[in-house]
Write a protein that binds this ligand. Sequence first.
Ligand SMILES: Nc1nc2c(ncn2[C@@H]2O[C@H](COP(=O)(O)O[C@H]3[C@@H](O)[C@H](n4cnc5c(=O)[nH]c(N)nc54)O[C@@H]3COP(=O)(O)O)[C@@H](O)[C@H]2O)c(=O)[nH]1
Length: 693
Amino acid sequence: MPEFFNVILDFMTQFSGGRGGIDHNVVQFGLAAILWGTLLTYARARRKEDNPERERLLIFAFSFGLVRELFMLGMAFILALGLVEHQLLHVVFPPLEHSLQYAAIFAVAGAFLQFLRRDIKLARRYLLGSFLSLAVCYAATFWWWGSYIYANPSSRFGQTWCDWLFHGTATFWLLIALFFAWRGRQCSSRPLVLSALGCFFFAVFLKIPDMAFAELYEHIYTPISHGAYLLGIFLLVAVYLREQAREGKRAKQQIMQLAYYDTLSGLPNRSLFYDRLQQALALADRSHNRFALLFLDLDNFKAINDTYGHACGDQLLKAVANRLRGCLRMGDTLARLGGDEFIILLPDILGTNAVVTVADKILQQMQKEFQLDLTQLFTSASIGIAFYPENGKDAEELMKHADVAMYAAKEQGRSRYHLFSNEMHRRIVERHRIADELRVALQNEDFVLHYQPQVDIVSEKIVGAEALVRWKHPQKGLIMPGNFIEIAEETGQIQQLGEWIFKTACKQLKIWLNQGLDDFKLAINLSAHRLEHSDFLSKVEKILLLNNINPQQIELELTESGMLRDTEKALELLNHLKLRGFALAMDDFGTGYSSLSYLKRYPFDQVKIDKSFIKGINQNNDDTVLVKTILSMAQHLKLTVVAEGVETYEQLAYLRELGCDRAQGFYFSRPVPPDEFAESLFASQFNSELSSA
Ligand SMILES: Nc1nc2c(ncn2[C@@H]2O[C@H](COP(=O)(O)O[C@H]3[C@@H](O)[C@H](n4cnc5c(=O)[nH]c(N)nc54)O[C@@H]3COP(=O)(O)O)[C@@H](O)[C@H]2O)c(=O)[nH]1
């Protein structure tokens, strides 16, 4: 091998003019300079936008190698042309050569190592260490330069071990070994320490003052070291190119990961799931097999997020993903669609029972305690199941139907599964029909507002009213809001409908105010979906201005489930509305999940106890206890309480006894058209004026 390099060098020397022409060293250094230059050009060309620092580091290291070779080339020319006295150059030249040579290799190797580890900071420190070593090496070499007689092999006789130690090359490797050992505390550098120590002993060994070794030195060490040096550069180029290729592959993998996998759970995301579903559809069509889709949603995730924080919520989602994985077989696909929604594809199912068994297993697993970092949590899930081909002909329809079935499971009390049915399909079609008809109704403004009084429990005087919308259907007559509000919310039509309701209620209030009404608040239901619309506030302001209404005469009623949608944004908007002067009421209180926390957090003035609790008051112990608790809590928070759905005198009397402030219900009046309401309203005012006179 050494001979091989010598042959090449000799050939090149001959080729370029022989010893009489260009010196052996000139060829060698020139060749190395070309290699470093190529490497440098390549690194500059591959410079990347995303990590310029890493590339800069490599360019710096390669430049270092190039400078070293140019320096050596210059020296070789000076020697070859006989410009400087030979003896003098040989005192300075060899230590410089060795030091620079190893420093260059070390700089590049260090940079490469850290480049591979992607630790730019450490790589920079390696380079610094290399330069420091180089500086010490120079100092040591020049200190000993008087006795340094490298140029004359025979003069090696008589040198002490100490000389070898301070000889540039040996010292350099020793310092490198020490440096690696020191750095080893922060990174695993044992192989580097060992190889540097090996080089140190090699360097010392080769300087053993013996003629035979001197011969060896000339004929074996020099070609080996030069050959190894060139080979090293080739290797570095190869490693660099391989790393570039790997980098490309890694980047591609990363892009794939981001595009098709959920970052939190590591599960396939919606796109990948959709792709797998398409494949399953094609396969099922070909083999005439059935498959099932399970749509899973956690039952109380929003409340967990709000109570324990998002970090805890994230941990729970990861744990749920792991538990779900454990319930499935190899061929099944589990994906996270977003939030707390997961979807499962069970291919090649034998029968409905097999799917029900899996659903049961999942429900059981979900009910078990989740041990998170800082807390233990309990949750549950609702699952909707749709089958192919019975419940949908394509991916969209199947996913939608599994989702609908999941909502049915929630409606039936959560922590259960529900199979998609024809009845559900019928309901979906019906909803579509209603949505279409609503569109026409909104264009024609086919709606009316009815008003139901709110009465002061002690004086029994009307102190306010709730505006309730009805749809004047051309064929079906009056349709109650329970049949269309939810659909309007789902389709976004609630924005237009809500605006119409607010505008009509304000117009009506203005009429009553102009007729001499005072000390009266009109309650208007506000769908939480409306809060999400960016121009909600500006539209409200415009209507107030147009009708010259003081917001203090309006109460906005929001439901708890509405608050669950986007708590932060809702809080901000409600604070704004409150500052503007609106009164705020929490509607249907007691039917949501975290009533207490919402009452404390949001700027409500009034709580409306849901009619379902008033119905059982004084008969059902649970309802009575609940109403009493709400009343005492509201008193504590200084909130007015309205009891909804008061239908009998007994209910009213009992609520009065408990200290409830206001009541609303059929006992006083059903919701009635504005004219009818005005009659009872002004009669109530007239009566109270009479009684106070
Ligand atoms: N976003 C909007 N939602 C609205 C609007 N108008 C109504 N709604 C919501 O629709 C739900 C059903 O309303 P409705 O059919 O009008 O029923 C109201 C009353 O008729 C009924 N009520 C009143 N007193 C009694 C009673 O003594 N017994 C009894 N069984 N029912 C009674 O309660 C409904 C009023 O409830 P609430 O709003 O919770 O005070 C209803 O939930 C409305 O929220 C609208 O304009 N926008």
